[in-house]
Design a protein around this ligand. Structure first.
Ligand code: NAG
Ligand code: NAG
Ligand code: NAG
Ligand code: NAG
Ligand code: CU
Length: 229
């Protein structure tokens, strides 16, 4: 998967992806792996790896491959080989940009190891010292196991207002969250609780802008040696 903030960033992402080799599995990454996003920004994950079957699940810094209590989780989004866009997306609205948001891919069916332990982790608003993204990813690569998350729209410091989609045609989901959650409600992600009066509108109304994070990469593609664009 990859993050991008603009067309030029997308181009960069493709290059980075082609060059990335994590434990012999090209492309098992969020790419780029770390972005900044201000309060009210909508971060879009695009599951455009074909084939791919990934999640976006919130974790803590200390335990990168385990779900954070009350964290968000997109569920497993399957995109078959040869799929054409538009691809399924998952939108997170940032509710607090003063704290880092860590996440991982929970896919564990891959060989030789789960995506998270291959380094498929990402961060929003990671510190630039100490608990950096690089430190987080290093912890992920040394994790003993990956703990599956539970589907959830609401996270801590970020919230989704809808489950990932569209899951139609050849796209499918497993253990995806359903329903709708009003932005800024905090909902079941109780500890986020940042329902300020301005809310966290999934629009550009506050000028925060929209960030795209693409879900590229797949364990099947890696196995076949396919470089995903
Ligand atoms: C986020 O912002 C900080 C402070 O401006 C900067 O040092 C860092 O490189 C940024 N991180 C990313 C991923 O853009
Ligand atoms: C995607 O991965 C999940 C978790 O490993 C699995 O339950 C699901 O069956 C997979 N989807 C497909 C279509 O293979
Ligand atoms: C980073 O860690 C060092 C060593 O533990 C500590 O002295 C320093 O204050 C920390 N910096 C930040 C920004 O937390
Ligand atoms: C995510 O946001 C984009 C841009 O507004 C929108 O086109 C897309 O339908 C949204 N995805 C979901 C699953 O709501
Ligand atoms: Cu993955």
């Amino acid at each position: 998967m990859r993050f991008s903030t603009s067309v030029s960033a997308l181009t960069f992402a493709a290059v980075a992806l082609a060059q990335d080799v994590t434990n012999g599995q090209p492309g098992l990454v969020f790419d780029p792996p770390s972005v900044n996003a201000t309060k009210g920004s909508v971060v879009t994950f695009v599951f455009d790896g074909a084939p791919g079957n990934h999640t976006v699940a919130q974790s803590s810094f200390q335990k990168p491959c385990e779900p954070l209590p009350n964290g968000f989780d997109s569920g497993y989004i399957f995109v078959p080989q040869g799929s054409q866009g538009p691809f399924p997306t998952f939108n997170l609205t940032i509710e607090d940009d003063t704290k880092p948001i860590w996440f991982y891919c929970a896919q564990s069916l891959s060989k030789p190891q789960p995506h998270c332990i291959s380094g498929m982790v990402g961060a929003i608003n990671a510190p630039t010292t100490n608990n950096t993204f690089d430190a987080f990813q290093a912890l992920a690569k040394s994790a003993a196991s990956v703990v599956p998350p539970s589907p959830a729209l609401s996270g801590v410091n970020a919230i989704a207002t809808a489950g990932p989609g569209p899951l139609t045609g050849s796209f499918s989901g497993a253990a995806v969250p359903t329903g709708t959650a009003p932005a800024g409600s905090g909902s079941s992600g109780g500890s986020s609780g940042t329902s300020s009066s301005s809310g966290a509108s999934p629009t550009k109304s506050n000028g925060a802008g929209t960030i795209q994070i693409s879900g590229v990469a797949a364990f099947l593609a890696a196995a076949f040696g396919v470089v995903l664009a």
